[in-house]
Design a protein around this ligand. Structure first.
Ligand SMILES: Cc1cc2nc3c(=O)[nH]c(=O)nc-3n(C[C@H](O)[C@H](O)[C@H](O)COP(=O)(O)O)c2cc1C
Length: 328
């Protein structure tokens, strides 16, 4: 038997704080995979999660895209939902009270088709009691106007962030697109324009063809790929962005096990989001939490903070910083 008195055995702490938010743990439900929380009632103890990102919200209601919306690929899912949502006023009235009652941190995922729509949406969410933070989505690949286009270019991303920043004092996390030609440049532009944190990645632009019909599967031709297929690339992007900015980074892309989540944390993410894996197994996020706790205990770590950025190479990090002329 161990001679360590029971009282001296400490469980590792899972809580994390960033951008003025205090999360009970670093596992957050990704936008679009968890609805407004209540859809999983009886299946997932949503209150045990670190946070929930709402489905993408726009000022006006959106019916979403026509045609096929989900298409499975090996180790992945291609979606073309098209930001179906009831609009921000209806979200605040009908969905937010239930989301808030789950007792975890609420991130409202804000999207828009124009700068004005982003600004107005941000002002409404800023005034809404129960929205703890805004996740600004400049990365949705499934809408024709706006969406991802705002996140591909550092100048345009910077303008959206600057305008939204003026409309909210709440923590502002900007969600980046892996489809940006220079993701690090976009990340730095968002940081300089007032983002408190960054989350990445959204889905990768992809497509599928129905060989019997000799046509693209999706009416919009292209759609967004998520799931384990994107994980190693998403991990590389999180590693690079976390090494290049000073604000906290939340990582996601294909995470489905505790080991996957630990990789993202070691790459420099302060927290992780889980999306597609929840569709396959609603228990995924709770299993990740159990596995994370066991890993920290087995390696003698007192907290999650002990592993955040552990795989970042300090020499590489300083090279990245030197490469940016503005940062000295
Ligand atoms: C069906 C579906 C709907 C999504 N809807 C949104 C959305 O409304 N807003 C958003 O920012 N991301 C949305 N995403 C992207 C996810 O939040 C996440 O960034 C991406 O899927 C990568 O993580 P994963 O591989 O764990 O799913 C959606 C993803 C899926 C699969």
């Amino acid at each position: 038997m161990s001679d360590i008195p029971i009282a001296n055995i400490r469980e590792p702490g899972l809580s994390v704080s960033f951008a003025g938010l205090h999360l009970r743990n670093p596992v957050i439900a990704a936008s679009g995979s968890f609805g407004y929380g209540h859809e999983y009632a009886g299946l997932v103890d949503a209150g045990a999660l670190g946070g929930i990102c709402s489905k993408g919200l726009t000022l006006e209601p959106r019916a979403g895209n026509r045609g096929i919306r989900l298409h499975e690929t090996p180790a992945g899912l291609i979606n073309s939902i098209g930001l179906e949502n009831p609009g921000i006023p209806a979200f605040i009235e009908k969905e937010l009270p239930g989301l808030r009652a789950l007792g975890t941190i609420v991130f409202a995922n804000l999207s828009g088709g124009s700068l004005e729509a982003y600004e107005e949406g941000a002002a409404l969410l800023d005034a809404a009691e129960g929205v703890d933070a805004i996740e600004l989505n400049v990365s949705c690949p499934n809408v024709r106007q706006g969406g991802m286009n705002f996140g591909l270019d550092p100048g345009i991303a910077s303008e959206v962030v600057r305008l939204v920043r003026m409309r909210t004092g709440k923590p502002l996390m900007v969600k980046l697109s892996p489809n940006a030609p220079d993701l690090v440049a976009v990340a730095r532009a968002c940081e300089e324009s007032g983002a408190d944190a960054l989350s990445l990645v959204n889905t990768f632009k992809a497509m599928a063809i129905d060989i019997e019909r000799c046509r693209p599967v999706f009416d919009n031709v292209t759609a967004g790929l998520s799931g384990p297929a994107i994980r190693p690339i998403a991990l590389r992007m999180v590693f690079e962005v976390a090494g290049a900015v000073s604000i906290p980074v939340v990582g996601m892309g294909g995470i489905s096990t505790a080991g996957d989540a630990i990789e993202f944390l070691m790459a420099g993410a302060v927290a992780v989001q889980v999306g597609t894996a929840t569709f396959a197994d609603p228990d995924t996020m709770c299993d990740i939490l159990k596995g994370l706790k066991a890993f920290l205990a087995a390696h003698g770590h007192a907290s999650v903070a002990a592993i955040v950025g552990a795989a970042q190479d300090p020499r590489w990090r300083s090279r990245q910083r030197r490469a940016s002329p503005d940062r000295g």
